[in-house]
Structures are given as structure tokens and as C-alpha cells.
Design a binder for this molecule. Structure first.
Ligand code: 4NP
Length: 161
């Protein structure tokens, strides 16, 4: 069996957007029977919330759609992640720029925008819901579902192609 393909979702705090992306993508990968071929994780460019579960609003809205994020714990992204993960998916341009600064020239291609896997959504950044309301958290879920499907289609080709 070949090495798992590493997929890392990155936002600022690792308590709202990237844990949502991680949970949605893991559920989709499990449904597709691909989870065993993938290593899935998330991290934040800031370490403020390291060790904490996702924001309670993130957990609540995700659970309403059947995604249980309660076991996730925040961590800060580290240089080794650019080596260990094949896909490093940024939620916004600030995250992307930070990741590109951490990457060696050979690792830069690993860093992409998560929403580039949802070209129909009309956005490139997942808006930060931290200071927002319930609709902002639901929008994160909508975007994560769309981009997770696009990413999974891409990976299915790579793994089966
Ligand atoms: P996230 O959201 O990057 O989607 O996890 C945020 C979480 C925490 C903060 C900002 C954004 N904060 O300022 O603590």
C-alpha cells in the first residue's frame, strides 16, 4: 500500500474554519471509502488557541449537519507540516502568505487556496466567522462542503487515476 496522501487545512486560529473543513472533508472521504488512503489534519497560523477544542459555535453548527468536531484540538502550523502534508489548504490569503513564507521553494506548490476546489462559489477566501453570527458559521459549512467535494474529486483521480 502506498503512503497516505496528507491533507492539511489551515486558518488563523484553528477553531472555526479549518476544523470545519477538516470535519467535513473527513466525513466525505469516509463516505467515499478513501479515508484510509489519506492523512487529514488542520492547524492555525496563530497559536493562541492551541490545545483547545473548536469554538462552541463551530461545534454547534457543524453538529446540526451531522459533523462531530468535539474531539478536535487546535494546534499551530509548523515548518514540518510543509514537508509532511502534500496538500496545505489555506482558508484566506493571509494564511496562504504565512504558509508560503514557511515553505521552501520546492514546497510552495503544496500551498493552495481551499476554495479553488469550489470554483463555482465565486469566492477565493472563506470569510472568518469569529466576530460574526450564525449565518456566518453556516456559510463556512456551505463553502467547506462545496470545496471538500471538489478536493475529493481531485484526489479520487489522483488515487485511482
Ligand atoms: P479561525 O477563526 O481562523 O477560522 O479559527 C478565528 C479564531 C480566533 C480568532 C480569529 C479568527 N481570534 O482572534 O482569536
Amino acid at each position: 500500500m502506498s503512503q497516505p496522501v496528507g491533507v492539511l487545512f489551515v486558518c488563523l486560529g484553528n477553531i472555526c474554519r479549518s476544523p470545519t473543513a477538516e470535519g467535513v472533508f473527513r466525513a466525505r472521504a469516509e463516505q467515499a471509502g478513501l479515508a484510509g488512503r489519506l492523512r487529514i489534519d488542520s492547524a492555525g497560523t496563530a497559536g493562541w488557541h492551541a490545545g483547545k477544542p473548536p469554538d462552541p459555535r463551530t461545534v454547534k453548527h457543524a453538529l446540526e449537519r451531522g459533523y462531530d468536531l468535539s474531539a478536535l484540538r487546535a494546534r499551530q502550523v509548523k515548518a514540518g507540516d510543509l514537508r509532511d502534508f502534500d496538500y496545505v489548504l489555506a482558508m484566506d490569503h493571509d494564511n496562504r502568505n504565512m504558509l508560503l513564507r514557511m515553505a521552501t521553494p520546492a514546497q510552495r506548490d503544496r500551498v493552495t487556496m481551499f476554495l479553488d476546489y469550489a470554483p463555482g462559489c465565486g469566492l477565493r477566501e472563506v470569510p472568518d466567522p469569529y466576530y460574526g453570527d450564525a449565518n456566518d458559521f453556516r456559510r463556512v459549512l456551505n463553502l467547506a462542503e462545496q470545496a471538500a467535494d471538489g478536493l475529493l474529486a481531485h484526489l479520487r483521480e489522483r488515487l485511482h487515476g
